[in-house]
Each structure stands twice: as structure tokens, then as C-alpha cells.
Design a protein. Structure first.
Length: 409
């Protein structure tokens, strides 16, 4: 915590944290579902609507130019944050889900055929399973899970054997698992996939806020991002795609801004990234996304990671004090996410009791039904940490969990 800008100061930058829930100070431990937003992000978005509000790429007037400049500056910020070679490799989307749908529909529609295989890990989020199933139905390709271990790590040997069996066109994997916190060896997966002629899409929804992301060092072909998981607004995200792949991909949706010329005889399309951004984009959202990444950079990802790592160790020992609580997913490489089950109560009851103590956690299958089945649990309760989380939050959760036991046993 020493290097993180004083922990108290960091918390004060998040207005939503300064409230009581059920008569107690809010302990927000649901950051993997969505992080809270710092003042810098809220101010950047409000400033856009108060001062620059205009459509982008379309007007010669001053406001439109300012809006376009701010929107494109945000694109450069995203590109720099993940070390893309060029901002032209960054497409703004509605979020991580749309980024993956874009690749599945556009790249998948053009490149998958009967007998082709798409491999996704058994721990994937539904957002990295269902879009592939939809395009597989249309193209005759298949979607197959590659195995994970009981501790919640990808089984690289099995993945390699599946790749060696042939016809794999793409491997999809989460960089960081939202349900278990596992940090997956994406660079190694990319190396294996490329050795067998397959592309790699990494789902980075949970990574940006916690681990350094360098798309070139990871060697990924596509990287999907979500702003609201990294202190930015909801409803905006981005797709990184290697330039030559994006250039060869057909449009995903049609409309204004993504075209070069339109006539009833035929339409020609814009270059990427505009080719994939039809209609009025979420300009304020993109600006907020950029401001969020600037905030992370200013605080320091290294300092945030060090703080979260110390708090993860603290949480681990505190949760171990609760009788009948079992943490699911024990990979050594993980971020501050704890999924657990309790002998005493179903996760939904646990979540409800915790809310009565002012503690916000997520319960359910975390959009990972195949993973839950693989681990033999119907659902879990999940605590997830962020830069603003502190020991008091964890203490409040542990006290409430003792309350759950008292109530249900
Ligand atoms: C690993 C992972 N992938 C994808 C998503 C979907 O992100 P979004 O809803 O922002 O599109 C989430 C959100 O929960 C996630 O945790």
C-alpha cells in the first residue's frame, strides 16, 4: 500500500463509496462486476456534455471538431495502454461482449467453414462462448472447450493435443478469469495456437485494471476490453485487432460513418477502425474510458497491483477463519477474486445477508455456467477487490459471513 497514493485519498476519489447501505458504511466488494468510477472519469464525461457535445467525424463546426479530437484522443489512450502498434487497431464497441461478437460475426463469418474448430477454455465467460456458437451454427464450424484443472488453470498439454488434432482456426481465452481470478498464460497459449496456424482472441475484461497488458508481447491477434471494469463508464469498450486482420475483415454492422461511398448500385466501406463503428458512437463513453485509463496510469498499475496483492493475502487469511467456507479456484497466479461456497447457506442467501450488513458481493454463476458445472458447484459467492478496496471492507465481509453462519446453522 505504501506506493499507492494514500489509500484514503484514492477512496475519496470515488463518490459512490461514501455512502451507507443498511445503516453501515458501504463495503463494495463487487468490482469484477463493475468498478466504481473516480471523479476524474465523471468530470471528463460531464465536461464533454457541457462543453463539446456534438457528433463526431461529421461536422466542420468547432464543437464537432472538439468532440472528434477528444474521441480520437481516447482511442490513442486505449492503444497506448495496451501497446497496440497504432490507434487504427482499436475499434470502439459497446463493451467486451460486442468486441467478441464483432470478431465472431465478421472474422468468423468470413473465415470459418464446415469442419473448422474454435477452441475456448472451459472457464470462458458466456460472452466468449455464445458468439462462437452463433457463428458456428451459420458456418458449420464447431466450438469445443479446452480443459482446465481442478485448481482453475488452463491445461496447456490438453490444449496442445487439441491443436495438434488439426483444423483449429481460433483459440479464445480470458486473460483473467472473472469467476476465479486466475491469470491465464495468454502469451504461451498464443505461441501454441500460432504454431498450429490458429489465431488467438483474449478476453481482457478483467485484466486491464489489474495486470499490465501488452498486446504485442502477449502475441494476441484480438483483445477485447470493457471500460466499466477498469473504472470507466458502462456501455463502452474496445476491440484491439492486428491491423492486417482488421483490414481484411468485412463490416459487422452497416450504417453511417462506416462507408466510403453509398449508391444503390453498391457501397464501398471505410478503412478500420471506422468500418466497424457505424452510427453515432458513445462519444462521452469513449472519453470516460480514456480518462479511466489515464487515472490508472496516474495512480500506477504497479502500485495498484501491489496494494491488491497485499489485500488478497489479507482476505485469504481472513476468509479462512470462517468455518464451513470453501474457496473455489486456487491457482497461484491470481488477482483479488474469491469465489466461495458455504456449508451453511446457498450463495443467494449469503449475498442477501451480506447486503443487510452493507457488503456488496456478487452471487450466482458469474456468466460461467460451464465452469460452475466443471467445478461441481451450482453457484458461488464472489468477493472482488479493486484499487479502492481496503481491510475494513474485508473485515465487514468476514463479520457478515459469521452472521450468515449464525443465521443458518
Ligand atoms: C471475463 C469477462 N468477459 C466478458 C464480460 C462482458 O463484459 P461486458 O458486459 O462489459 O461486455 C465480462 C463481464 O462480466 C467478463 O467478466
Amino acid at each position: 500500500m505504501s506506493k499507492l497514493r494514500s489509500q484514503i485519498d484514492v477512496r475519496l476519489e470515488f463518490p459512490a463509496l461514501a455512502q451507507e447501505v443498511s445503516g453501515r458504511p458501504l463495503a463494495y466488494l463487487d468490482s469484477a462486476a463493475s468498478t466504481q468510477k473516480p471523479n476524474a472519469v465523471l468530470a471528463a464525461m460531464e465536461r464533454f456534455y457541457r462543453e463539446d457535445n456534438a457528433n463526431v467525424h461529421r461536422g466542420v463546426h468547432t464543437l464537432s471538431q472538439r468532440a472528434t479530437d477528444a474521441f480520437e484522443a481516447a482511442r490513442r489512450t486505449v492503444a497506448r495502454f495496451v501497446n497496440a502498434q497504432s490507434e487504427r487497431e482499436v475499434v470502439f464497441t459497446k463493451g467486451c461482449t460486442e468486441a467478441i461478437n464483432l470478431v465472431a460475426a465478421s472474422w468468423g463469418g468470413a473465415n470459418l467453414g464446415p469442419g473448422d474448430r474454435v477452441l475456448v477454455s472451459h472457464m470462458e465467460h458466456h460472452a466468449d462462448i455464445v458468439p462462437w456458437q452463433l457463428i458456428a451454427q451459420r458456418t458449420g464450424a464447431t466450438v469445443e472447450p479446452f480443459p482446465i484443472t481442478d485448481s482453475g488453470e488452463v491445461d496447456l498439454a490438453s490444449l496442445e493435443a487439441m491443436l495438434a488434432a488439426g483444423r483449429v482456426k481460433l483459440v479464445g481465452v480470458k486473460h483473467v478469469c472473472n469467476a476465479l481470478g486466475t491469470v491465464n498464460p495468454v502469451a504461451e497459449i498464443a505461441r501454441l495456437a500460432h504454431a498450429h496456424g490458429a489465431l488467438v482472441l483474449a478476453d481482457g475484461a478483467q485484466a486491464l485494471a489489474h495486470v499490465p497488458v501488452d498486446v504485442q508481447a502477449l502475441g494476441v491477434d484480438f483483445y477485447a476490453m470493457s471500460a466499466h471494469k477498469v473504472y470507466g463508464p458502462m456501455g463502452v469498450g474496445a476491440l484491439y485487432g492486428r491491423a492486417e486482420l482488421l483490414e481484411a475483415m468485412p463490416p459487422y454492422q452497416g450504417g453511417g460513418d462506416m462507408i466510403r461511398t453509398v449508391s444503390f448500385e453498391g457501397t464501398t466501406f471505410n478503412d478500420p477502425p471506422n468500418r466497424f463503428e457505424p452510427g453515432t458512437p458513445n462519444v462521452a463513453g469513449a472519453i470516460g474510458f480514456g480518462a479511466a485509463l489515464d487515472w490508472v496510469r496516474a495512480v500506477g498499475l504497479g502500485a495498484i497491483a501491489a496494494h491488491e496483492s497485499a489485500l488478497t493475502a489479507y482476505s485469504s487469511s481472513r476468509l479462512a477463519e470462517v468455518p464451513g467456507l470453501r474457496v473455489v479456484g486456487t491457482a497461484p497466479e491470481r488477482i483479488g477474486v474469491f469465489s466461495f461456497v458455504m456449508d451453511a447457506a446457498h450463495p443467494h442467501d449469503v449475498g442477501t445477508v451480506l447486503d443487510r450488513h452493507g457488503v456488496a458481493v456478487r452471487t450466482g454463476h458469474h456468466c460461467c455456467m460451464p465452469l460452475m458445472r466443471r467445478l461441481g458447484v451450482p453457484a458461488t459467492t464472489r468477493i472482488s477487490l479493486a484499487a479502492y478496496s481496503n481491510e475494513a471492507d474485508v473485515d465487514a465481509a468476514v463479520e457478515a459471513l459469521h452472521g450468515v453462519r449464525a443465521l443458518f446453522t
